[in-house]
Design a protein around this ligand. Structure first.
Ligand code: NAD
Length: 257
Protein backbone atom coordinates (compact mmCIF):
# COMPACT_ATOMS: atom_id res chain seq x y z
CA UNK A 1 0.00 0.00 0.00
CA UNK A 2 1.32 3.43 -0.91
CA UNK A 3 1.63 6.15 1.71
CA UNK A 4 0.45 8.76 -0.81
CA UNK A 5 -2.67 10.48 0.45
CA UNK A 6 -2.00 9.66 4.11
CA UNK A 7 -1.66 12.49 6.62
CA UNK A 8 1.48 12.93 8.70
CA UNK A 9 1.82 15.22 11.69
CA UNK A 10 5.44 16.05 12.40
CA UNK A 11 6.12 17.90 15.65
CA UNK A 12 8.91 20.48 15.70
CA UNK A 13 9.17 20.58 11.94
CA UNK A 14 10.16 24.13 10.99
CA UNK A 15 13.84 23.18 10.93
CA UNK A 16 16.34 20.36 11.02
CA UNK A 17 15.27 16.72 11.14
CA UNK A 18 11.53 17.42 11.43
CA UNK A 19 11.59 19.59 8.33
CA UNK A 20 13.69 16.98 6.50
CA UNK A 21 11.18 14.25 7.38
CA UNK A 22 8.25 16.47 6.34
CA UNK A 23 9.94 17.21 3.03
CA UNK A 24 10.64 13.50 2.28
CA UNK A 25 7.08 12.56 3.30
CA UNK A 26 5.61 15.26 1.03
CA UNK A 27 7.84 14.06 -1.81
CA UNK A 28 6.19 10.64 -1.39
CA UNK A 29 2.73 12.20 -1.66
CA UNK A 30 1.93 12.36 2.04
CA UNK A 31 -0.11 15.35 3.24
CA UNK A 32 1.86 17.01 6.01
CA UNK A 33 1.12 19.07 9.10
CA UNK A 34 4.10 21.13 10.21
CA UNK A 35 4.39 22.37 13.77
CA UNK A 36 6.37 24.55 16.11
CA UNK A 37 5.58 26.87 19.01
CA UNK A 38 5.67 30.08 16.94
CA UNK A 39 3.02 31.42 14.56
CA UNK A 40 4.87 33.56 12.05
CA UNK A 41 4.24 34.28 8.39
CA UNK A 42 7.40 32.25 7.65
CA UNK A 43 5.91 29.19 9.39
CA UNK A 44 2.82 29.27 7.18
CA UNK A 45 4.86 30.16 4.07
CA UNK A 46 7.08 27.13 4.70
CA UNK A 47 4.04 24.82 4.74
CA UNK A 48 2.67 26.50 1.61
CA UNK A 49 6.02 26.06 -0.16
CA UNK A 50 6.18 22.34 0.68
CA UNK A 51 2.58 21.84 -0.45
CA UNK A 52 3.27 23.59 -3.75
CA UNK A 53 6.61 21.88 -4.41
CA UNK A 54 5.21 18.38 -3.92
CA UNK A 55 1.52 18.77 -4.83
CA UNK A 56 0.24 17.73 -1.40
CA UNK A 57 -1.88 19.38 1.26
CA UNK A 58 0.49 21.00 3.74
CA UNK A 59 -0.33 23.24 6.63
CA UNK A 60 1.22 24.68 9.72
CA UNK A 61 -0.35 24.39 13.18
CA UNK A 62 1.09 26.25 16.15
CA UNK A 63 1.34 24.16 19.33
CA UNK A 64 3.83 24.36 22.17
CA UNK A 65 5.04 20.82 22.80
CA UNK A 66 5.98 21.74 26.38
CA UNK A 67 2.24 21.95 27.17
CA UNK A 68 0.05 18.85 27.43
CA UNK A 69 -3.08 20.65 26.21
CA UNK A 70 -1.26 22.02 23.13
CA UNK A 71 0.02 18.54 22.24
CA UNK A 72 -3.48 17.11 22.27
CA UNK A 73 -4.96 20.17 20.52
CA UNK A 74 -2.43 19.79 17.67
CA UNK A 75 -3.76 16.31 16.85
CA UNK A 76 -7.41 17.37 17.25
CA UNK A 77 -6.92 20.44 15.05
CA UNK A 78 -5.20 18.42 12.33
CA UNK A 79 -8.35 16.24 12.19
CA UNK A 80 -6.48 13.22 10.80
CA UNK A 81 -3.27 11.49 11.83
CA UNK A 82 -2.16 8.38 9.95
CA UNK A 83 1.52 9.01 10.65
CA UNK A 84 2.66 10.68 13.86
CA UNK A 85 6.29 11.78 13.97
CA UNK A 86 7.26 12.90 17.46
CA UNK A 87 10.31 14.95 16.66
CA UNK A 88 10.26 18.20 18.68
CA UNK A 89 13.26 18.39 20.94
CA UNK A 90 15.64 20.74 22.69
CA UNK A 91 19.00 20.30 24.37
CA UNK A 92 20.93 21.80 27.26
CA UNK A 93 24.44 20.82 28.25
CA UNK A 94 25.59 21.11 31.91
CA UNK A 95 26.78 18.90 34.75
CA UNK A 96 24.08 17.44 37.01
CA UNK A 97 24.90 19.73 39.93
CA UNK A 98 24.69 22.87 37.80
CA UNK A 99 21.79 21.73 35.59
CA UNK A 100 19.01 24.38 35.87
CA UNK A 101 15.74 22.85 37.09
CA UNK A 102 13.72 24.77 34.49
CA UNK A 103 15.90 23.32 31.70
CA UNK A 104 15.44 19.81 33.09
CA UNK A 105 11.66 20.32 33.19
CA UNK A 106 11.52 21.79 29.67
CA UNK A 107 13.62 18.99 28.15
CA UNK A 108 11.56 16.26 29.81
CA UNK A 109 8.31 18.00 28.75
CA UNK A 110 9.26 18.69 25.11
CA UNK A 111 11.44 15.64 24.37
CA UNK A 112 9.44 13.01 26.28
CA UNK A 113 6.02 14.03 27.67
CA UNK A 114 4.87 15.54 24.36
CA UNK A 115 5.21 12.14 22.67
CA UNK A 116 2.96 10.59 25.31
CA UNK A 117 0.26 13.26 24.85
CA UNK A 118 0.31 13.25 21.03
CA UNK A 119 0.31 9.45 20.91
CA UNK A 120 -2.66 9.28 23.30
CA UNK A 121 -4.57 11.72 21.09
CA UNK A 122 -3.56 10.10 17.78
CA UNK A 123 -4.15 6.40 18.53
CA UNK A 124 -7.98 6.65 18.41
CA UNK A 125 -7.71 8.26 14.94
CA UNK A 126 -5.33 5.52 13.74
CA UNK A 127 -7.62 2.81 15.12
CA UNK A 128 -10.61 4.39 13.37
CA UNK A 129 -8.68 4.64 10.09
CA UNK A 130 -7.45 1.04 10.44
CA UNK A 131 -3.79 1.95 9.90
CA UNK A 132 -1.19 3.97 11.72
CA UNK A 133 2.49 4.64 12.21
CA UNK A 134 4.03 6.20 15.31
CA UNK A 135 7.60 7.27 14.67
CA UNK A 136 9.50 8.71 17.61
CA UNK A 137 12.70 10.57 16.88
CA UNK A 138 14.85 9.47 19.81
CA UNK A 139 18.64 9.57 19.55
CA UNK A 140 21.81 7.54 19.97
CA UNK A 141 21.36 9.08 23.43
CA UNK A 142 18.23 6.93 23.79
CA UNK A 143 20.53 3.91 23.82
CA UNK A 144 23.73 5.22 25.33
CA UNK A 145 24.84 8.18 27.46
CA UNK A 146 27.24 11.12 27.42
CA UNK A 147 28.22 13.33 30.35
CA UNK A 148 26.53 16.73 30.79
CA UNK A 149 23.32 15.67 29.01
CA UNK A 150 21.36 14.23 31.94
CA UNK A 151 17.92 15.53 30.96
CA UNK A 152 18.35 14.76 27.26
CA UNK A 153 19.64 11.22 27.86
CA UNK A 154 16.90 10.55 30.43
CA UNK A 155 14.20 11.88 28.07
CA UNK A 156 15.48 9.93 25.06
CA UNK A 157 15.74 6.67 27.03
CA UNK A 158 12.17 7.42 28.12
CA UNK A 159 11.09 7.86 24.50
CA UNK A 160 12.50 4.44 23.64
CA UNK A 161 10.53 2.94 26.55
CA UNK A 162 7.35 4.73 25.50
CA UNK A 163 7.85 3.42 21.95
CA UNK A 164 7.98 -0.17 23.22
CA UNK A 165 4.81 0.25 25.28
CA UNK A 166 2.99 1.88 22.34
CA UNK A 167 4.02 -1.06 20.15
CA UNK A 168 2.77 -3.63 22.66
CA UNK A 169 -0.57 -1.87 23.12
CA UNK A 170 -1.12 -1.83 19.33
CA UNK A 171 0.61 -5.13 18.47
CA UNK A 172 -2.51 -6.86 17.13
CA UNK A 173 -3.62 -3.90 15.04
CA UNK A 174 -2.26 -2.49 11.75
CA UNK A 175 -0.38 0.14 13.75
CA UNK A 176 3.34 0.16 14.48
CA UNK A 177 5.49 2.25 16.80
CA UNK A 178 9.24 2.61 16.41
CA UNK A 179 12.03 4.95 17.38
CA UNK A 180 14.65 6.33 15.04
CA UNK A 181 17.94 6.91 16.84
CA UNK A 182 20.10 9.37 14.93
CA UNK A 183 23.72 10.05 15.72
CA UNK A 184 24.91 13.59 15.03
CA UNK A 185 23.07 15.45 12.28
CA UNK A 186 24.22 19.00 11.46
CA UNK A 187 20.99 20.87 12.29
CA UNK A 188 20.44 24.18 14.13
CA UNK A 189 20.21 22.18 17.41
CA UNK A 190 23.72 20.80 16.90
CA UNK A 191 25.08 24.04 15.42
CA UNK A 192 24.05 25.79 18.67
CA UNK A 193 26.19 23.41 20.73
CA UNK A 194 29.39 24.19 18.82
CA UNK A 195 30.33 27.58 20.40
CA UNK A 196 29.95 26.30 24.00
CA UNK A 197 31.88 23.14 23.23
CA UNK A 198 34.63 25.22 21.56
CA UNK A 199 34.88 27.23 24.78
CA UNK A 200 34.67 24.23 27.07
CA UNK A 201 37.46 22.30 25.30
CA UNK A 202 39.37 25.36 23.98
CA UNK A 203 39.17 23.95 20.45
CA UNK A 204 38.52 25.22 16.93
CA UNK A 205 35.16 24.58 15.24
CA UNK A 206 36.74 21.93 12.99
CA UNK A 207 38.30 20.14 15.99
CA UNK A 208 35.00 20.20 17.90
CA UNK A 209 33.21 18.63 14.93
CA UNK A 210 35.87 15.99 14.29
CA UNK A 211 37.21 15.22 17.75
CA UNK A 212 34.22 15.84 20.02
CA UNK A 213 30.97 15.48 18.07
CA UNK A 214 32.01 12.85 15.57
CA UNK A 215 34.49 11.27 17.97
CA UNK A 216 31.96 8.51 18.73
CA UNK A 217 30.55 8.37 15.20
CA UNK A 218 32.88 5.86 13.48
CA UNK A 219 31.83 6.93 9.97
CA UNK A 220 33.18 10.43 10.81
CA UNK A 221 30.26 11.85 8.87
CA UNK A 222 27.08 13.57 10.02
CA UNK A 223 23.84 11.72 9.22
CA UNK A 224 21.57 13.82 6.98
CA UNK A 225 17.96 14.90 7.35
CA UNK A 226 17.19 13.23 3.99
CA UNK A 227 18.48 9.90 5.33
CA UNK A 228 16.21 10.28 8.36
CA UNK A 229 13.26 11.11 6.10
CA UNK A 230 14.01 7.96 4.12
CA UNK A 231 14.12 5.90 7.32
CA UNK A 232 10.74 7.31 8.40
CA UNK A 233 9.29 6.42 4.99
CA UNK A 234 10.65 2.88 5.29
CA UNK A 235 8.80 2.56 8.61
CA UNK A 236 5.61 3.56 6.77
CA UNK A 237 6.11 0.95 4.04
CA UNK A 238 4.51 -2.50 3.81
CA UNK A 239 7.98 -4.00 4.25
CA UNK A 240 7.97 -2.61 7.80
CA UNK A 241 4.52 -3.86 8.78
CA UNK A 242 6.03 -6.29 11.31
CA UNK A 243 8.72 -3.88 12.47
CA UNK A 244 7.36 -2.57 15.74
CA UNK A 245 8.63 -1.70 19.21
CA UNK A 246 12.18 -1.35 18.04
CA UNK A 247 14.88 1.24 17.47
CA UNK A 248 16.61 1.97 14.18
CA UNK A 249 20.01 3.59 14.56
CA UNK A 250 21.14 6.04 11.90
CA UNK A 251 24.40 6.87 13.63
CA UNK A 252 27.37 5.92 11.43
CA UNK A 253 28.17 3.03 13.78
CA UNK A 254 28.10 4.97 17.10
CA UNK A 255 26.10 2.36 19.02
CA UNK A 256 28.15 -0.51 17.57
CA UNK A 257 31.15 0.65 19.58
P1 NAD B 1 16.20 21.74 15.55
O1 NAD B 1 16.51 22.66 16.67
O2 NAD B 1 16.79 21.99 14.22
O3 NAD B 1 14.65 21.57 15.38
C1 NAD B 1 13.82 21.41 16.48
C2 NAD B 1 12.43 21.76 16.09
O4 NAD B 1 11.60 21.65 17.26
C3 NAD B 1 12.27 23.19 15.57
O5 NAD B 1 11.31 23.21 14.53
C4 NAD B 1 11.74 23.93 16.79
O6 NAD B 1 11.01 25.07 16.44
C5 NAD B 1 10.88 22.85 17.39
N1 NAD B 1 10.56 23.08 18.80
C6 NAD B 1 11.39 23.40 19.81
N2 NAD B 1 10.70 23.59 20.95
C7 NAD B 1 9.40 23.36 20.64
C8 NAD B 1 8.20 23.40 21.37
N3 NAD B 1 8.18 23.74 22.67
N4 NAD B 1 7.04 23.12 20.73
C9 NAD B 1 7.02 22.81 19.41
N5 NAD B 1 8.14 22.76 18.67
C10 NAD B 1 9.31 23.02 19.27
O7 NAD B 1 16.62 20.29 16.09
P2 NAD B 1 16.97 18.91 15.34
O8 NAD B 1 18.43 18.68 15.47
O9 NAD B 1 16.33 18.86 14.02
O10 NAD B 1 16.27 17.90 16.34
C11 NAD B 1 15.03 17.30 16.08
C12 NAD B 1 14.91 16.05 16.92
O11 NAD B 1 15.96 15.13 16.59
C13 NAD B 1 15.02 16.33 18.43
O12 NAD B 1 14.12 15.50 19.13
C14 NAD B 1 16.46 15.91 18.72
O13 NAD B 1 16.62 15.52 20.04
C15 NAD B 1 16.62 14.74 17.77
N6 NAD B 1 18.01 14.42 17.45
C16 NAD B 1 18.81 15.33 16.84
C17 NAD B 1 20.12 14.97 16.57
C18 NAD B 1 21.06 15.90 15.86
O14 NAD B 1 22.25 15.58 15.79
N7 NAD B 1 20.60 17.00 15.33
C19 NAD B 1 20.60 13.70 16.91
C20 NAD B 1 19.75 12.82 17.55
C21 NAD B 1 18.45 13.19 17.81
Amino acid sequence: MSVAGKTAIITGSTSGIGLGIAEEMAKAGVNVVLNSFTDSDEDHALAARIGKDHGVAARYIKADMSKAEDCRALIDQAGACDILVNNAGIQHVAGIEEFPTEKWDAIIAINLCSAFHTTAAALPMMRKAGWGRVINVASAHGLTASPYKSAYVAAKHGVVGLTKVTALETAQEPITANAICPGYVLTPLVEAQIPDTMKEYDMSREDVIKNVMLQRQPSKEFATVEQLGGTALYLCSDAAAQVTGTTISVDGGWTAL
